[in-house]
Design a protein around this ligand. Sequence first.
Ligand SMILES: C[S@@+](CC[C@H](N)C(=O)[O-])C[C@H]1O[C@@H](n2cnc3c(N)ncnc32)[C@H](O)[C@@H]1O
Length: 364
Amino acid sequence: MTHLGALQRPNPGRHPQATTEEGQGGGRRSGQPSGSVRFFDYRPTPADVCAEVLEGLGRPAKRLSPKLFYDQHGSRLFDAITELPEYYPTRTEIGILREYGSEMADRLGRDNVLIELGSGSSLKIQILLAALRPRTYLPVDISREHLLESAYALAERFPGLAIRAACADYSAPFRLPLEPDWTDLAAFFPGSSIGNFDPDDARLLLRRVAGLLGAGGRLLIGVDLPKDPAILNAAYDDAQGVTAAFNLNLLTRINRELDGDFDLDAFAHRAFFNAAESRVEMHLVSRVDQRVRVAGAAFDFRAGETIHTESSYKYGTEVFKRLARDAGFLSEQVWTDPEGLFSVHCLRVRGVRPAACAAAPNQA
Ligand SMILES: C[S@@+](CC[C@H](N)C(=O)[O-])C[C@H]1O[C@@H](n2cnc3c(N)ncnc32)[C@H](O)[C@@H]1O
């Protein structure tokens, strides 16, 4: 058994009785049978994805968003990364959740509506579900198939749980399938995915989450800590080359979805800790001078030129508290592991939660 213990991964290819409500979230008052999954599709359109890729490749310093990693294969590769010996964040965060899960549930509150941002395989939430017993679990992820598989795996494992899975992009204002009378919202944002945003954008995203939760609402968020660069460099450039495959899969995806002609052998994975920015950077490095076409547009690469595909900021506890405060949160508690590798913060939106709100927002 791995460090993930008895946590259950999704079952590829199985979507029993999907209740799909394409873009129909919010506003419905009908009850949801417990143990059921309702799916809401608010994905970016293919045209949006194309425009974003062309814009990123057209910059003087080429850059693509890490959200593009997560097609179905990318999500599976990420799951494989979490099992690697070098990749400490997942097992460390899971250890913290196992150790302090009931304290976290005391903070977050029970029988509420629990939103998880970037839920992936919904692995970590399984540790908290028994303690939290949310009325509704609302996983949000950009990777549609993986989200569906994960939601159904969870419904099988927790038959009493009402699940509303939303495929959406949280890097921009996004919709959620919320009922107008849901005022007791809490959120879980694990995996240090907040570190994928530059600090200004991280602040913006946290501000949107604070607006979604409302005064007094709580957010439990995993944040990776600064540490020995050797540990960081190994975590993002593993010996088996799984992270390299994950990075390069982005080009495969562009070739498939956007009629690209990237030659994968002509690019290499590079990851390193940038101490000045306190972030790990992942790049795809062009091995040669070359011209690549995507959706009819041509992009020239010099040998050694890179596409910056991911940043992963590492925040000391006090630095992150400041960032959260600037976004409208108060820090309630921080848990870390004994080696000080990773942190989980409980944040509360400033202000007092009214006893009964008139309406919950459904635009984050
Ligand atoms: C680093 S993985 C973390 C997965 C899981 N939460 C964990 O902690 O292991 C990031 C997850 O967020 C999703 N994701 C990345 N960017 C996203 C975005 N802009 N909007 C919604 N989901 C996103 C990915 O599909 C993936 O499941």
